[in-house]
Write a protein that binds this ligand. Structure first.
Ligand code: ATP
Ligand code: MG
Length: 280
């Protein structure tokens, strides 16, 4: 079971759009996939919501350690059609209140992990809220890989140091289990693109080759409440999400020693150790 958290404390960079669409792409490739919405805004789970009220949500998992997560898992629906291989744990605006109270609990960062570690899915996709609070920390603790969307604008990398620092602290490792996905790419904005790509050079070991173009149909599909492949299968968005999904799967199937990010960090760590030894 591979768990991917889509994370960035910056708002509006495409976390929910990515969570919705990679979950769908994985499911149609025959993978048993679970989408977990950790954001009280409920943007990603809303899209897969059946008519009527959802009985149990992420709020139940966080308010009762004994709650059986399976009770909150329901099949994904788009316009009342069930999506094969895709299940969802929904969010709700009331989760915001519960999230505020989580900070005072013991082992507060492990709540999600404890609920989902025994589930049996090929992939779990976790959509995070736009902050680095205790709920996002729960996602980092539970996930194998953090997928960080950055958008093509001047402040693209704002907060990146904090974000990566938090991942390292929670994971307690020198390896960086994160990948950056560039979103909202517009080939006409040459100067902005050059600027963002230059900034991203420092993260080249963790940068996915795939990038998601700014595509109006992606925006529209969120409005009509459909994954891009259902809304417009001819869209560039479909091509970009296919590429992203394939690259993610490849990366997750690599052995740790083949992983370029891990390799780079091992070399970095060795160098640091040597420098320290030389100082003594
Ligand atoms: N590649 C894209 N092309 C065009 N529009 C996009 C693209 N990706 C995302 N959007 C649009 O950008 C807006 C923000 O996207 P989204 O809600 O996925 O961001 P988010 O990071 O989840 O936001 P929040 O931090 O509020 O949760 C949405 O209106 C979405 O439709
Ligand atoms: Mg969102």
């Amino acid at each position: 079971m591979k768990k991917i958290a889509v994370i960035n404390q910056k708002g509006g960079v495409g976390k929910s759009t990515i969570a919705v669409n990679i979950a769908y792409e994985l499911a149609i490739r025959g993978n048993h996939t679970l989408l977990i919405d950790l954001d009280p805004q409920a943007h990603s789970s809303e899209l897969y919501k059946p008519k009527g009220e959802v009985q149990s949500t992420i709020k139940n998992l966080f308010s009762d350690p004994k709650f059986n997560a399976i009770r909150a898992i329901i099949p994904a629906k788009v316009h009342e059609n069930t999506i094969k291989n895709l299940k969802v744990i929904h969010s709700t605006i009331q989760f915001a209140r519960v999230a505020e109270q989580v900070s005072s609990r013991i082992h507060r960062e492990k709540i999600l992990h404890n609920h989902i570690r025994k589930l049996k899915y090929d992939y779990i996709i976790i959509d995070c809220p736009p902050n680095l609070g205790v709920i996002t920390v729960n996602a980092i603790y539970a996930a194998d890989l953090m997928l960080i969307p950055v958008s093509y604008d001047k402040g693209a990398l704002d907060g990146m140091a904090d974000l990566i620092g938090t991942i390292k602290e929670v994971k307690e490792c020198i390896d960086d289990p994160y990948l950056i996905i560039r979103n909202l790419f517009d080939s006409r904005n040459k100067q902005t693109n050059a600027y963002v790509d230059k900034e991203l050079y420092a993260f080249k070991e963790n940068l996915l080759k795939a990038k998601i173009r700014k595509t109006e149909s992606l925006n529209q599909s969120r409005i009509t409440g459909e994954p891009i492949r259902i809304y417009d299968k001819q869209s560039n968005g479909v091509i970009d999400y296919e590429q992203l999904t394939e690259e993610l799967q490849e990366w997750l199937n690599l052995k740790p020693e083949q992983n370029p990010a891990n390799l780079a960090n091992k070399i970095k760590a060795k160098k640091m150790k040597k420098e320290l030894q030389n100082k003594v």
